[in-house]
Write a protein that binds this ligand. Structure first.
Ligand code: NAD
Length: 497
């Protein structure tokens, strides 16, 4: 489905350039199914130019005092806030999030800019006087050089903002390769960074798929790679990047379990589960995709949960009247989700809230799916093993907490997990034993904010140092330890003269 739209520009060495002659991929407004932009499929040539520009800009930027670098991000923060509505509308338009969801996600991004503003203190090292007699020791945190960010479609503003504000504030230069499905928000955020005063070459944007990514992963001048996306690609990025000597943090996909104990507060749990499973049309790495009900919890919970799912109004997000839930990203993704639900049914599960036939007369060509709940899911089913990334909640019924934890821990992923209970004992047992990096207690989406690391485990993360918080400062810097001794006797005598 090609169109007459000009391809999105790249931003290299302080210049916006529209590259002609490259193939493009369509960017959709998922609410209407219309093509709203074309994203060029760049490759090694653009990557080479961007990395060279970033490399050339590194000496001056890394020598710029941290307080001056921070000032760029204070201005950036102001500009993002001033343009907040425009950014949220762009997110909604190219991704399909409701405006409320877009606002929440842009706020999470803004908090990452605010965190980066604290860089002069974040870069403090340690000192120890008299490590030995007359010998002092100090650590310095120094930037790495050219860093790279490769981002997914599902958070067009937040995920890029997880990466480059802190990387740049730490004194690195950066090349961003946003998702080809949602390049417009990244470009808008780039324009604002230029307005905030980021010097030429310090920040660059390229587009493309595998060829561009491979060129970034193997470029000798790239020092570190931050990636967020699906697990198979995250694993590939980690393996290829580390093989080429890069520092890599690669966040992957997820399958997050929500355990509901019989003593849970049902109305509040229904609300939390409904948001966790159907918020952002389920296109979140922290989406609650499987509810494990323990004992009598199923009878207490499911009638109201089904009622809540059926009440979710689906519709276009690009107009003033906002729905409860928007579309999924593409027609192809919609088909994939439908296929997974059908596979569950075929393997014996039962659809108890069925959003598959949802009709949106205002926008008949949009990529819509209604909230869907599938009961009787068994862990061997494809639906239970694969990340669905759509508005589908699986239900598994179990007899006790031990079994619920065992099932949760058997997942290949380890991003998030949550328990709903009024029992401190059950909550403690769960938080201690569950194998997931982000745990919620009566919190359905325990996604961490800027000051805490985003701590996925297992197939949800490949690397050592996570995105966000102090770990991210460590990721974007290298430590130098200085041990000092000064020779000479009688300093006191010299000063007396
Ligand atoms: P994706 O893996 O398809 O794409 C992510 C990025 O990788 C994009 O920039 C894309 O252009 C690039 N890419 C795609 N195929 C590639 C290939 N073969 N070689 C090299 N690069 C390639 O992911 P997506 O569909 O855009 O995003 C959804 C996924 O991201 C979900 O699995 C979701 O769970 C995950 N996600 C994880 C987190 C987290 O923090 N763990 C956060 C958000 C999203």
């Amino acid at each position: 489905m090609s169109s007459a739209l000009a391809p999105c520009p790249v931003f290299i060495d302080g210049e916006w350039r529209t590259l002609s002659g490259l193939p493009t991929t369509p960017v959709f407004n998922p609410s209407t199914g219309d093509v709203i932009a074309e994203c060029p499929v760049g490759g090694a040539a653009e990557v080479e130019a961007a990395v060279q520009a970033a490399h050339a800009a590194f000496p001056a930027w890394s020598e710029t005092p941290a307080v001056e670098r921070a000032r760029v991000f204070f201005r950036y923060r102001q500009l993002v806030e001033k343009n907040f509505d425009r950014i949220c509308q762009t997110v909604s338009r190219e991704h399909g999030k409701t405006l409320g969801e877009a606002r929440g996600s842009v706020y999470r991004g803004l908090e990452n800019i605010e965190y980066a503003c604290g860089v002069p203190t974040l870069l403090f090292g340690d000192t120890l006087e008299n490590l030995a007699r007359g010998v002092d020791c100090e650590t310095l945190l120094q930037p790495l050089g050219v860093c790279v960010g490769i981002t997914p479609f599902n958070f067009p503003a937040m995920v890029p903002l997880w990466m480059y504000p802190l990387a740049l504030a730490c004194g690195n230069t950066f090349v961003l390769k946003p998702s080809e499905k949602v390049p417009l928000t990244a470009l808008l955020l780039g324009e604002l960074l230029v307005e905030a005063g980021i010097p030429k070459g310090v920040f660059n944007i390229v587009h493309g798929g595998r060829a561009a990514v491979d060129a970034l992963l193997t470029h000798p001048k790239v020092r570190a790679v931050s990636f967020v996306g699906s697990s198979p690609i995250a694993k590939y990025i980690y393996e290829t990047g580390t093989r080429h000597g890069k520092r890599v943090q690669a966040n992957g996909g997820a399958k997050n379990y929500l355990v509901i104990m019989p003593d849970a507060d049902i109305p509040k749990t229904v609300e939390a589960l409904s948001t966790a499973a159907f918020g952002c049309a389920g296109e979140r790495c922290m989406a609650g995709s499987t509810a494990i009900t323990v004992g009598a919890a199923a009878e207490r919970l499911l009638p109201s949960l089904v009622e809540a799912a059926r009440a979710i109004k689906v519709g276009p997000t690009d107009r003033p009247a906002q729905p409860d839930m928007g579309p999924v990203i593409t027609a192809q993704h919609r088909e994939r989700v439908l296929g997974l639900v059908a596979s569950g049914e075929k393997e014996g599960a039962k659809v108890i809230a069925d959003g598959r036939g949802v009709k949106v007369p205002d926008a008949p060509r949009g990529f819509y799916l209604g909230a869907t709940i599938v009961d009787g899911v068994e862990r061997t089913m494809t639906l239970a093993r694969e990340e669905v990334f759509g508005p589908v909640l699986n239900v598994m019924r179990q007899d006790d907490l031990d079994r619920a934890i065992e099932i949760t821990n058997a997942s290949a992923f380890g991003n998030g997990a949550a328990i709903f209970t009024n029992s401190g004992r059950a909550a403690r047992e769960f938080k201690h034993r569950v194998k997931a990096g982000m745990v919620g207690i009566n919190v359905g989406v325990p996604a961490t904010m800027a000051m805490f690391p985003f701590t996925g485990w297992d197939d949800s993360f490949y690397g050592d140092l996570h995105i966000q918080g102090r770990e991210a400062v460590q990721f974007y810097t290298q430590q130098k330890v200085i041990t000092t001794r000064w020779f000479g006797e009688g300093v006191g005598d010299v000063w007396k003269k």
